[in-house]
Design a binder for this molecule. Structure first.
Ligand code: IVH
Length: 673
């Protein structure tokens, strides 16, 4: 074929595939069979692979994901991507209506839409071609994820008309795609996504567009950025109809409502039936319809006054309680967990829920085999609300807390006045496993590659009995473990090796000493500088530290008095683990410098020091560097072009220095220290 003919054929194939793809994915009305579609796609792919200059940016082949990116560019939104105010009940919806009527009159009508639980996306078209897609980011600057968005079949790459337009919408993952994805991940030994929103966001933040392409994402477009009037439309409902005509996927459940009573009716209906949808929604968005009215209402700094989001109450779902499992935590506390028939609650699959403790189970009379109501408490942890007594069949089993530890069989202890039941055997395997998981966790030693499963394997294979054993693991031992490939082994060994360089506070936190959380670990590391010095400290010395109380002090004394603990620590040291604090210890920081105990704000452009240098030098002299000027600020360092922070400092009559004055003060102190 001549090049000219080829070009024509490519154009033809592009058009056909766009048309067929849209009919299939957007309208759900296929025009041709899959085989025909695939044949055209194959033909186009073949030509494109031979003539890369014929790959148009909006070619349907781009749907399968192009090249791997090295990172994302930034996109400054021409029109900011705002958020919405919230309403949580009928009363707040009526308040919203009153505010609207006060500013725009009593003739306003609304459009109600489903609030899709995904992530906000902006799509830019020039002359009818999709040129750029971005995330919301901070509302002003987002990330360019064009390559990933092109893989979403419901995003048109070419519009019906050669217009330039920017549209906004929500990218999401349908429930069935989410369930399927998590099943696959589980099989592959990968962490499942907590909910469809995270799954969608995770998929769109991949640098390899092929991954996004494999994830079955979709989009609903819900508006035009900027002033819609230039397209000859004057209301939000017209805008949505117009977007339909351009063959964008808009959500068809929208409804115009003439009064707030109609809005409330719509909201109530969707509270009831939202779980029937095959995608997640987390509320209803209510928008004033006429652009003219919207203009009257305007915006606050964060959100339009002409719209609000009704947020659904926490969803309660009924499922079956199959069993009650006992787990032994790091500190020996035995916690009952409900094993449930998996259900979707507020967007996440829930298969387990906390039952807190024995007393609570008795109080609520929860039995194994019960049909139970569950809900998400505080947004994340699901809990069992109550059994559904009417569903009882008499086959349900009341729950009895065992007298012995489910992991090591030693007798369980219930401390007076506490609801928790504990295993106090220090060698209990369950506690050891948890101790390993805690030691490697991100905020402790941050050894990637050891999760629940690997920790269990390491323990069961007799490779790791205490945390020091991690440092003598060998490649030969690890490759023997199930589902451990060469690559994961070498990554894991590198992660373990690197962790030896961690600063003392990470080790201290990782050891899991009772009452020593991240903050206490840091304070202790700062104060003592080395593990050796900390071990030598007596109670008096410990409680003399401002932020350390008696509970922590007692716990440390008991911990370091244990010969087995000391043995583990000696081993850690002999394997080359750093046991020194790498920051500045409190002794290093002078108590009497100009900056001691002072809060300093840096603003404007510094020309000699970088911001980072200035900050660490001030901190080394006992100062605190803060980001904003307030009454608590002691000193402001104003570089060139200092703006509002300087003005605020002057207003509050706070001492202001220039960079030269700062350097002079630092120099003086540096030579004195
Ligand atoms: S309108 C000016 N409509 O909810 C505000 N937003 O805080 C424009 N969302 O992340 C938003 N479904 O992405 C609008 N039908 C819908 C929506 C919707 C979901 C998201 C939006 C944003 C958040 C609003």
């Amino acid at each position: 074929m001549e090049k000219k003919e080829l070009m024509e054929r490519v154009e033809e194939l592009n058009n056909l595939l766009h048309k067929y793809g849209e009919a299939y994915y957007v309208q759900d009305k296929p025009l041709v069979t899959d085989a025909i579609y695939d044949a055209y796609m194959q033909e186009l792919l073949t030509i494109e692979s031979e003539f890369p200059d014929l790959v148009y940016p909006d070619s349907p082949t781009q749907r399968v994901g192009g090249e791997i990116l090295s990172g994302y560019g930034k996109v400054t939104h021409e029109f900011p991507m705002l958020s919405l105010s919230n309403a949580f009940n009928e009363e707040e919806l009526r308040d919203f209506d009153r505010r609207v009527q006060a500013l725009a009159g009593d003739k306003v009508s609304y459009v109600c839409e489903l609030k899709i639980d995904g992530l906000a996306i902006s799509l830019r078209y020039v002359d009818g071609k999709f040129v750029q897609g971005a995330t919301r980011g901070d509302g002003t600057v987002g990330e360019d994820i064009t390559a990933n968005l092109k893989t979403i079949r419901t995003i048109p790459l070419q519009l019906k008309e050669p217009i330039s337009i920017e549209v906004r919408g929500e990218a999401y993952m349908p429930k069935n795609a989410f369930v399927q994805l998590n099943e696959n991940r589980d099989e592959a030994g990968e962490e499942p996504f907590a909910n469809p929103r995270n799954a969608a966001a995770g998929s769109l933040r991949q640098l390899d567009p092929k991954i996004a392409a494999s994830r079955n994402l979709a989009i609903f477009v819900y508006g035009i950025a900027g002033d819609g009037t230039e397209y000859g439309i004057d209301s939000h409902s017209d805008a949505l109809d117009y977007l339909d005509r351009l063959h964008f996927a808009t959500n068809q459940e929208r409804q115009r409502c003439a009064t707030i009573d109609e809005v409330i009716e719509y909201v109530e209906k969707w509270i009831e039936i939202r779980s029937d949808l095959d995608y997640e929604i987390d509320g209803i968005v209510i928008k004033v319809d006429l652009f003219e009215d919207q203009e009257q209402l305007g915006f606050t700094a964060r959100s339009p006054r002409w719209a609000t989001a009704f947020k659904f109450p926490a969803e309660e779902v009924v499922t079956k309680l199959i069993d009650i499992e006992l787990s032994v935590g790091r500190t020996g506390v035995v916690t009952p967990t409900a094993i449930l028939e998996p259900v979707l609650v507020d967007g996440s699959t829930v298969g387990r829920a906390s039952l807190h403790n024995e007393d609570l189970i008795k109080e609520k009379d929860i039995r194994i085999g019960d049909t139970v109501v569950i809900r998400k408490a505080g947004d994340i942890i699901p809990e069992v609300v109550a059994p559904v007594i009417e569903e009882r069949t008499d086959d349900e089993q009341p729950f009895e807390m065992p007298r012995n530890c489910p992991a090591c069989d030693s007798e369980l202890i219930r401390i007076e006045g506490e609801v928790a039941v504990r295993c106090v055997n220090p060698k209990c395997p369950a506690q050891m496993k948890e101790a390993i998981i805690h030691f490697v966790s991100r905020n402790a030693m941050n050894i990637e590659g050891i999760g629940e499963r690997v920790a269990e394997q390491l323990y069961e294979a007799n490779l790791v009995h205490d945390v020091s054993d991690l440092y003598i693991l060998t490649k030969e031992q690890l490759v023997e473990l199930e589902r451990m490939g060469e690559k994961s082994v070498s990554n894991l060994l590198t992660a373990i090796e690197n962790s030896k360089e961690n600063s003392l506070e990470k080790v201290l936190f990782g050891l899991g000493i009772r009452h020593v959380g991240e903050k206490a670990a840091r304070i202790l590391a700062e104060e003592f500088g080395s593990l050796e010095a900390l071990i030598k400290a007596d109670t008096e010395k410990l409680i003399s530290i401002h932020e350390i109380g008696e509970k922590v002090a007692d716990s440390l004394i008991t911990y370091f008095a244990n010969e087995e603990v000391l043995e583990v620590l000696r081993k850690l040291e002999s394997y080359g683990l750093n046991l020194l604090y790498k920051g500045l210890t409190r002794q290093d920081v002078p108590a009497d410098s100009v900056f001691s105990g002072k809060t300093v704000v840096l603003t404007g452009k510094l020309s000699i020091l970088t911001r980072g240098e200035a900050k660490s030098k001030i901190e080394a002299l006992g100062g605190k560097v803060s980001g904003s000027v307030s009454k608590k600020t002691d000193l402001v360092i104003a570089g060139e072009d200092a703006g509002s922070k300087l003005a605020r400092a002057e207003e509050l009559e706070i001492t202001v220095w220039n960079e030269a004055q700062l350097i002079e003060a630092l120099d003086k102190k540096e030579s004195a220290v």
